[in-house]
Design a binder for this molecule. Structure first.
Ligand SMILES: [Zn+2]
Ligand SMILES: [Zn+2]
Length: 295
């Protein structure tokens, strides 16, 4: 059987086993086969008990399986960096062990097994920055982000209150008719939570046991150093004063008016003259347009 046929056979087998859970495409430009699959722990189809997941992306070089595939793990959810690094290590070992043989299904199974074993988020709660200890009540959002139920409840209540306060300040015609929509504090996807249930959750253990915050001598020294650094950066124009920025006038200036030979991009305050409105306008203009170019 030719190399190509063997790979073809492996890919067909993958599609037959994983069906919709795998996507196999061929990139004409790079002549590489790209395989993608999002892997969840095995929880006997209880989807709400899957707390972690990761997407594997495999690029097959032309001489695969005689050379190792290029494997990337994307969008890990509920997994911290060290767990992802451990996965990479096991993947590398498996690839070396299986050199010359089909390995992709083995990789997917390896990751699935590892996710099943550690089907508990190893990341931190983005609200309180503590991890998840046994016994902590936590919530997984639809977007696979994790929070202590206690923290998420407090976050949702605060954002809701803030939203209502902002709405009250608006004139009637500007008020939103849609009402408050909770969003994930990490990725801003809309989320739907049972707030009444979250409300009953106890605070996470680490938060309970945390020492009361105290300003120590070291912190005071650090504070002083930061204060000096702040004044220094401000004096150099490195701190943007948001209020002053808002009151600035946006002047549309034609570069040709000032002559195109003017290459002095930053006149700075050193020449003793204050920056003219036109210069300021030009700079602003530049910032706006460069922002657009980056999109
Ligand atoms: Zn928390
Ligand atoms: Zn999210």
């Amino acid at each position: 059987m030719s190399l190509n046929e063997r790979v073809q056979e492996e890919l067909e087998a993958l599609e037959a086993i994983l069906m919709d859970d795998i996507s196999i495409t061929y990139d004409e430009q790079s002549c590489l086969t790209l395989i993608k699959s999002t892997i969840f722990p095995s929880t006997a189809n209880e989807v709400n008990k899957q707390y972690v997941c990761v997407t594997i992306e495999v690029k097959l070089p032309e001489d695969y399986p005689d050379s190792e595939p290029n494997v990337q793990l994307r969008n890990p959810r509920g997994l911290d960096d060290s767990t992802v690094n451990d996965l990479y290590k096991s993947i590398k070992e498996k690839c070396t062990e299986y050199l010359g043989q089909p390995v992709i299904f083995e990789l997917i199974e390896l990751i699935r097994e590892s996710l099943t074993e550690s089907n508990l988020p190893t990341c931190q709660c983005a609200v309180c920055l503590y991890g998840f200890s046994e016994g902590d009540s936590f919530t997984k959002t639809q977007c696979f982000h994790y929070f202590h139920s206690y923290c998420l409840y407090n976050h949702l209540e605060t954002t809701k209150r803030h939203y209502q306060e902002e709405q009250e300040k608006l004139p009637a015609w500007q008020k939103s008719t849609k009402g408050f929509q909770a969003i994930c504090p990490v990725c801003r996807e809309s989320i739907n939570c049972d707030v009444e249930e979250l409300k009953t959750a106890l605070p996470p253990k680490d938060l309970e046991n945390a020492q009361n915050f105290e300003v120590t001598k070291d912190l005071r020294v650090l504070q002083d150093r930061m204060k000096q650094l702040f004044s220094y950066q401000k004096s150099k124009g490195g701190i943007i004063d948001v209020e002053a920025e808002e009151n600035k006038l946006l002047l549309i200036t034609e570069t040709s008016d000032n002559g195109s030979t003017d290459t002095n991009e930053d006149p700075g305050p050193s020449d003793g003259a204050l920056e003219s409105d036109a210069q300021r306008g030009q700079r602003f203009d530049y910032r706006v347009s460069s922002g657009l170019n980056n999109r």
